[in-house]
Design a protein around this ligand. Structure first.
Ligand code: AMP
Length: 451
């Protein structure tokens, strides 16, 4: 199928031509007529499949020029980054169309956004919280909304936006078209559809768990964090091949920790993004990565969901996600728009179960590579990897083999000192023949009773 087969108009053809797109992607081909028909639509598509254009092409095709101030199209997305990105895509597609598009999201000055809304808009792209605030303030009138698009609804529900979504549905006109896109089908998504959609048409291109064909996958069994760092360093030394690398970790603390380490090994080449970073910091990180100023971006799952960055050469799963869907999302950041991409998965012993779940979802095994000889296998464990000691007062606290080795980093001087806390108290108690703290007192009492 070509773009000529879609019922586009000249301004849209020209814009697409300028973008250099040759053919519609499968989701675009399938969605066009259904979305254009005005029916409610549910699309299951992974990011990177061209789904933004899949709903925007038919919407823009039928959006008439209007002078009215109230917006007629509302697009809800889960993250601020996605707002910026979707606005950008719409602007590209609207190059030869005279329409007004505004992106609004939380964490920034609401008054500036109120002023922009008051100037009159055709399309609003928003995160649910800020959209609701603007609507409640009555500056943003939703009574003319004809089309509602909810993109990445699975992540939206994951982030706890269900309540806001329901509130927004309540203030939208009843007669409207609902279009929804989700990368995965979950119970929550299903419920939302049943509650708010009228007999929706379903479009499903790749079933959840089907990786894009142009993503090559490989994996390594790596015993621990420090060895993962060593392997990562080894791989990333190949700057020509690993020229734009997204490195995923499961949580924020780990993202910061890995960023600190990589920034020392590859100074000035690394940036980081997670939801505790400020809006400006995140946008700057993405920009630096997108422009190529930094070739390595460390990211957590949720933050990276909305990222649309082309030519990501590698996705490295520094840890193995518990939810196989997250793996699908992570690797979907490479191999975008028919480019080749390589996804690498690192799994420790305790992550093997998660790895098996991923392979079960995809119904395929990931090619296993052996760690190159040049990579040092570390036996030093980080705090999270060490066995947990629950009995604080147990004198036989750790077995010899559980004891930690020297730290991975050279310790700072102040951290090199031996911790004297316990022994100091004991010495004082011995000297004065009585305990000096409540803790010791109780301990002695207990011991007395036992005797
Ligand atoms: P999306 O899945 O909407 O995040 O889009 C992924 C990327 O593919 C975006 O950078 C789009 O600009 C690009 N794209 C969208 N449609 C096409 C197309 N028909 N041909 C090539 N690239 C496309």
């Amino acid at each position: 199928m070509t773009f000529q087969d879609l019922n586009l108009n000249t301004p849209l053809y020209n814009a697409i031509d300028d973008l250099g797109f040759k053919n519609p992607t499968p989701i675009q081909a399938e969605a066009f007529n259904i979305v254009a028909s005005g029916k409610d639509v549910v699309g299951i598509a992974q990011t990177g499949t061209g789904k933004t254009f899949a709903y925007m092409m038919p919407i823009l095709r039928h959006l008439k020029y209007s002078r009215q101030d109230n917006p007629r199209v509302l697009i809800l997305v889960p993250t601020r980054e996605l707002v910026v990105q979707v606005v950008d895509e719409i602007e590209k597609l609207s190059k030869y169309i005279n329409n007004r598009v505004l992106g609004v999201y939380g964490g920034t000055n609401i008054n500036t956004q109120k002023q922009a809304v008051a100037q009159g808009q055709d399309i609003i792209v928003a995160t649910p919280g800020r959209l609701y605030d603007l609507a409640v303030s009555r500056v943003l009138q939703l009574k003319s909304i004809q089309k509602l698009v909810i993109d990445e609804v699975d992540i939206m529900l994951d982030l706890g936006f269900r309540h806001q979504l329901t509130n927004i549905f309540d203030i939208l006109p009843e007669r409207r078209q609902n279009v929804m896109f989700s990368a995965t089908m979950t119970k929550d998504v299903d419920e939302l559809i049943t509650d708010f959609f009228i007999d929706p048409a379903k479009i499903q291109i790749a079933v959840s768990g089907t990786p894009l064909e142009n993503i090559k996958q490989q994996r390594y069994n790596v015993p621990n964090f420090n060895t993962k760092v060593n392997l990562l360093e080894h791989l990333l030394q190949n700057e020509d091949e690993f020229s734009r690398v997204l490195i995923f970790v499961g949580y924020k603390k780990m993202a910061d920790r890995l960023f600190d380490i990589l920034d020392k090994i590859f100074p000035g080449q690394t940036c980081v993004i997670h939801s505790n970073k400020t809006q400006n910091y995140r946008l700057r990180s993405i920009e630096q990565f997108r422009e190529g100023a930094h070739r390595l971006l460390v990211a957590t799952d949720v933050m990276a969901r909305g990222l649309d960055i082309d030519n990501v050469t590698h996705v490295i799963n520094f840890d193995t996600p518990d939810y196989p869907e997250n793996y699908m999302h992570r690797i979907g950041r490479t191999g975008r728009a028919e480019k080749e991409g390589l996804a690498i998965l690192l799994s420790s012993e305790r992550e093997q179960e998660s790895r098996l779940r991923i392979e079960a979802l995809m119904q395929q095994e990931i090619e296993t590579l052996t760690i190159p000889d040049a990579v040092e296998i570390s036996t030093e464990l980080i705090e999270e990897e060490r066995p947990q000691i629950k009995e604080r007062n147990n004198p036989i606290k750790r077995k010899q083999e559980d004891l930690s080795g020297p730290a991975f980093h050279e310790k700072k001087d102040k951290n090199k000192k031996t911790n004297l806390r316990g022994s100091y108290k004991r010495e004082i108690a011995k000297k004065y023949k009585k305990p000096k703290t409540r803790g010791d007192k109780n301990y002695n009492k207990r011991n007395k009773k036992r005797r």
